[in-house]
Write a protein that binds this ligand. Structure first.
Ligand code: CTP
Length: 404
């Protein structure tokens, strides 16, 4: 939202108190906010609160009765990169759907050239009423983005669907839309592998590794935020994917991950192989629990090198990237891996860097590209590392698209 100009429209609903947090959230994310309120909204939250939080005077009337200064809905509508109406009451939604323009907020909506979002907020029966639903459908057909209300306890004491979405969720929806609008990743399908694999020894034991899946999931979330459709092939992890654009394909073993990747990659514009795949699996999985009887030898077989095999499937219009976690001779090893597996670029993390690698929330990476380029990054939270990686993915999407 950095540098984005956002109109926040507030109508007269009890959830208006949450809009104060929404305005703060947008400002915190670097957005510039102008608040437009209806007369009724002023009964629920004061103009002073909204003006202070948005760092701008609020607008309610077409002109200031004190000094006659004109509040131009047209210039506001043209100024904005997005308009969010939160809370949006049944009354305002009805007026929006039917072109009624009897206050500044509605005339601003009619003049807005930017994407418009509404966060409905009302009692469950009002929300479920066919008239409200018809109005919402009409608005959606005309391109208004509906941020669905949540189920829960309502101001009336009743429980049901009608609670305005939480401020952070509203800000996320708008943020995602604005970043995906500008991104080349919009509508692109990208495969991401994440997490460890478990190789079964018997029904209760396995060989695994310490991968948390955090890096792969952070990449999936970042790509989805920018509008990509992500096929996340995930080994067993404790985290869950949040974004609606992420389709999780759950697997356990390297063999299952290989089968899923082979199928999925064919329909993708590219892939990032971030999983920590087990290199060896027991030659056999015992049918029943192996009893303790002194020393035992486990025979292991190498698993398939998923990246190397999938890399062979790659066409000129698909990008392909992977990870290397190294402990010594890092750059040379990563470079060799990139060449051996057919990666366009490889993300190197060294276990010698504090805060990098498995089980941490941070990572320190170097990106090596097959064209010889090398970029070193600072130690950062994995969410920010994911954004750096997504920037490189965007560059490769642009490059590969030109080959289509
Ligand atoms: N990889 C894979 N399938 C495997 C092993 C690795 O897809 N069976 C992928 C990883 O997801 C990563 C890259 O290959 O993108 C490098 O993984 P890494 O474990 O560092 O490489 P290995 O080939 O296992 O090499 P080594 O363990 O000898 O360093």
């Amino acid at each position: 939202m950095k540098g984005k100009k956002i109109i926040v429209g507030v109508t007269g609903g009890i959830a208006a108190y949450k809009t104060a947090t929404l305005v703060r959230e947008i400002v915190k994310r670097g957005g510039e906010v102008r608040v437009v309120m209806t007369e009724m909204a002023k009964q629920f939250i004061t103009p002073l609160t909204m003006a202070t939080l948005s760092k701008n005077p609020i607008a309610v009337d077409f002109f200031d009765p004190e000094n006659g200064q004109w509040n131009s809905h047209v210039s506001l509508g043209v100024w904005a990169d997005a308009m969010i109406i939160a809370p949006a009451t049944a009354n305002t939604l009805g007026k929006m759907a039917n072109g009624i323009a009897d206050n500044l907020l509605l005339t601003t909506y009619l003049s807005a050239r930017c994407p418009v979002f509404v966060a409905p907020s009302m009692d469950l029966d009002m929300f479920a009423h066919p008239t409200t639903q018809d109005n919402l459908r009409q608005l959606a057909e005309r391109g208004v983005h509906i941020i669905e209300p949540a189920e829960g306890e309502l101001a009336s004491g009743l429980v049901g669907k009608g609670r305005m979405a939480e401020p952070e969720a509203i800000a996320d929806a708008v943020d995602d839309f604005l970043s995906s609008e500008e991104s080349l990743l919009r509508g692109r399908r990208v495969m991401v592998t994440a997490g460890p694999t478990y190789e079964r020894i018997d029904p209760v034991r396995f060989i695994g590794n310490y991968s948390s899946g955090k890096m792969g999931y952070a990449i999936a979330e970042e790509l989805a935020k920018r509008g990509a459709l992500v096929e996340l092939v995930s080994g067993p992890v404790k985290i869950t994917a949040k974004h609606k654009n992420i389709n999780v394909i759950k697997v356990e073993s390297a063999a299952e991950m290989f089968a899923a990747c082979r199928q999925t990659f064919a329909k993708c514009d590219g892939a990032i192989m971030a999983a920590a795949v087990a290199d060896f699996a027991p030659a056999e999985c015992a049918a029943s629990k192996i009893k303790r009887k002194g020393e035992m030898t486990l025979q292991l077989r190498p698993t398939a090198d998923i990246a190397a095999e999938v890399g062979k499937q790659k066409t000129d219009s698909q990008f392909f990237a992977g990870f290397a976690l190294e402990t010594d001779n890092e750059e040379q090893n990563a470079h060799d891996k990139m060449m051996r597996k057919g990666f366009d670029f490889i993300v190197l993390n060294s276990l010698n860097d504090k805060g990098a690698g498995f089980m941490t929330d941070t990572n320190k990476i170097t990106i090596l590209e097959s064209n010889g380029a090398k970029t070193e990054y600072d130690l950062k939270p994995k969410t920010e590392v994911a954004a750096d990686i997504a920037d490189v993915v965007e560059r490769y999407i642009a490059l590969k698209t030109s080959k289509k």
